[in-house]
Ligand binder design. Structure first.
Ligand code: GAP
Length: 477
């Protein structure tokens, strides 16, 4: 459904390529009117779920001075191996060239890559010439002088650790979340929202006492595909994975489980979600262990959330570079916390959500978003624009707006077309004012998923909690 999802997203106003009047620039996308609302709903689920576990939040700058990234290792090590065809001048991620040449081996260092390029005839995926030039390409955008755009929101949290710990009265565990933009000069942006140069992250840094890598109790939830880096594939619950030693610490397992639950709440299908552990040479420079939550779109798995054990890597480096103590006192012990980081890529989650919930009924598109995730909850239509139906529908629309802001009004086209428009953007309920309304003050209420209709009294609809109960699935139609 990827192609259909991207087409629908552009046509109906979820997202589209940025700057298109100037020909478009790879790696940048705009969210349109519906995309903004859907993105907000994803962020809301993330925020509320972490608030449940006592998270606090931060909002720090995108533009970051060089010393931060010198300390964090991003200046020296946040790079991709790249290749350039000297004939057609195209630049690629080395992985793309290796894939094109059907080479399975991925070099870990520039030296290995140079050896490989020297020994193999690596063909350019565009013009077929032999590629000889391989190099390390730092992914950070330098803005001016000694400033960079942040490639992850995380560093803002690490450099503020002392202030945040004071705010939190020195208690561990401490969870700090940050929602914001990340920027990476990706060599080859691709597949709309999958690899962007400017993207949206919701990251949480969980600071733990290294002598107590435990968080709240793990509980049994649905089984899920788990792929540890030993090569096996298991279908077990996260709790079982921890008990069998597949996930190393209780706290790490807790945040894998939490990620599974959050993604399910957002509407990602558990059957099309898996957790995959990184191979040691695949990990980011700061990570001692990493698991990705991957979502399935058509037949391809994409990383949507990265969960890393960052140990005390960042705090130690910032302490060393800044001279500021990054420790707290716990019962007389001087503790530099360990960090577990679940990092959610909001763009990829949104794309996966649209792709996975897109469906067809009688040849027409239907977006089966969870009701509370839909950009709009209800659409109100007059059956016709005459005989005071329009006025009654407008009156109902304003009444509903006082209860729920996410209400649309539509009077254009046939009623069938209006239903189809709402089905396609995932609106769970449509209300139609018709001739019977004029007689008995009732309307039809139609459900997106079943297309079933019921007559409901307007007075009931306007009772405070009626729409809310429908959207939260407490009332069925
Ligand atoms: N702070 C850790 C970190 O940034 P990451 O695995 O590089 O980890 C986390 O990124 C998430 O951010 C990914 O799982 C992905 O969803 C999203 N992401 C990363 N790079 C992206 C890009 N170029 N375009 C879109 N999303 C991206």
């Amino acid at each position: 459904m990827y192609e259909e999802a991207v087409e629908l997203a552009k046509r109906r106003g979820f997202f589209w390529p940025s700057f298109s009047i100037y020909g478009g620039f790879a790696g940048f996308y705009d969210y349109g009117p519906l995309g903004v609302l859907l993105k907000d709903n994803i962020v809301r689920v993330w925020k509320e779920e972490y608030l449940n576990d006592g998270a606090i939040f931060l909002d720090s700058p995108n533009v970051t001075p060089e010393p931060v990234f010198r300390a964090s290792g991003h200046l020296a090590r946040f790079s991709d191996l790249a290749a350039e065809c000297e004939h057609c001048k195209n630049k690629f991620k080395l992985e793309t060239v290796l894939e094109f040449n059907k080479i399975k081996y991925i070099p870990a260092t520039l030296q290995d890559a140079e050896e490989l390029a020297g020994q193999s005839n690596l063909k350019c995926p565009v013009c077929g010439s032999i590629i000889k030039k391989v190099y390390d390409f730092n992914l950070m955008y330098r803005v001016t002088g000694d400033y960079y755009l942040r490639p992850e929101t995380a560093q803002g949290i690490f450099v503020n650790f002392k202030l945040l710990a004071n705010y939190n009265r020195g208690k561990l565990p401490m969870i700090v979340g940050q929602q914001g933009k990340g920027f990476r000069n990706e060599i080859s942006p691709r597949q709309s929202l999958i690899r962007l140069r400017e993207f949206n992250q919701c990251e949480t840094e969980v600071f733990l006492d290294p002598e107590n890598l435990e968080f709240r109790e793990l509980y049994d939830f649905k089984k899920i595909i788990m792929r540890p880096n030993t090569g096996e594939e298991l279908y077990i619950s996260v709790k079982e994975a921890y008990e069998k030693g597949i996930i190393s610490s209780q706290a790490f397992a807790y945040f894998v489980l939490k990620t599974q639950i959050i993604l399910e709440k957002i509407g990602i299908s558990n059957e099309r979600l898996r957790f995959r552990q990184h191979d040691p040479d695949e990990r980011a420079h700061y990570a001692a262990d990493s698991w990705d939550a991957e979502g399935l779109i058509d037949n391809e798995w994409f990383e949507i959330v990265g969960i890393a054990n960052r140990t005390d890597f960042d705090l130690k480096n910032h302490e060393g570079s800044s001279g500021e103590q990054m420790r707290i006192n716990i019962n007389g012990r001087d503790v530099m916390p360990y960090v577990i980081e679940p990092s959610y890529g909001i763009d990829r989650i949104l794309l996966t959500l649209i792709s996975q919930t897109m469906d067809k009924r009688d040849g027409k598109n239907l977006l089966r978003l969870p009701y509370y995730m839909a950009p709009y909850h209800v659409a109100v239509f007059p059956l016709m624009k005459k005989d005071s139906l329009k006025e009654r529908a407008e009156e109902l629309y304003s009444g509903l707006k006082n209860i729920d802001k996410y209400v649309l009004y539509d009077e254009a086209g046939t009623i069938g077309k209006r239903y189809a428009r709402q089905d396609e953007i995932g609106t769970p309920y449509c209300i139609t004012v018709d001739y019977q309304t004029l007689e008995d003050n009732t309307v039809t209420l139609r459900n997106r998923d079943t297309a079933d209709q019921e007559r409901i009294k307007i007075d009931d609809l306007l009772k405070g909690d009626y729409i809310k109960s429908l959207i939260e699935n407490k009332l069925k139609l």
